[in-house]
Design a protein around this ligand. Structure first.
Ligand SMILES: [Zn+2]
Length: 141
């Protein structure tokens, strides 16, 4: 898949992203240890479309996964001690109020760290993730 094809599929699937902070509870303190970046896309506006075996849903997921795989290399997060985990939620179809209850598929990227080096660390990382996804035409919702 060329970048150009990937980019046009991203647009065709109305892809967007959401971010969820991940906390750890230790010694009575809540510490931010990472982000879940959720990429979401959909190929249909059919409200009754909930077929986990759908081939088109599978290709939406493949496109989101391709983007997820590029993130560690291309987002310039500039931190060696980051851990990336990708979960493609391969058997689930979401039903999203934000999309008018359209069915959609999602891929989650978990980025986590052991220590943060500076006060602006988390903000810088979110900015880098955001500009990487913007370059692909994926906007935050
Ligand atoms: Zn489908």
């Amino acid at each position: 898949m060329t970048n150009q094809v990937l980019q046009s599929l991203v647009a065709e699937y109305n892809s967007f992203w959401q971010v969820w902070p991940q906390y750890e509870q230790a010694n009575g303190e809540r510490r931010l240890i990472g982000f879940e970046v959720e990429l979401i896309g959909s190929h249909t506006s059919d409200l009754n479309h909930v077929d986990p075996a759908c081939r088109r849903c599978r290709s939406v997921r493949a496109v989101l996964l391709a983007i997820a795989d590029l993130l560690p290399r291309e987002a310039n997060l500039g931190e060696n001690s980051l851990t990336y985990n990708i979960d493609s939620h391969s058997n689930s179809v979401l039903c999203l109020p934000a999309l008018g209850n359209r069915s959609a598929v999602s891929v989650s990227i978990y980025v986590s760290w052991n220590r943060s080096n500076s006060q602006s660390f988390e903000t810088d990382m979110l900015t880098a993730i955001k500009s990487f996804l913007n370059r692909w035409g994926i906007h935050q919702r």
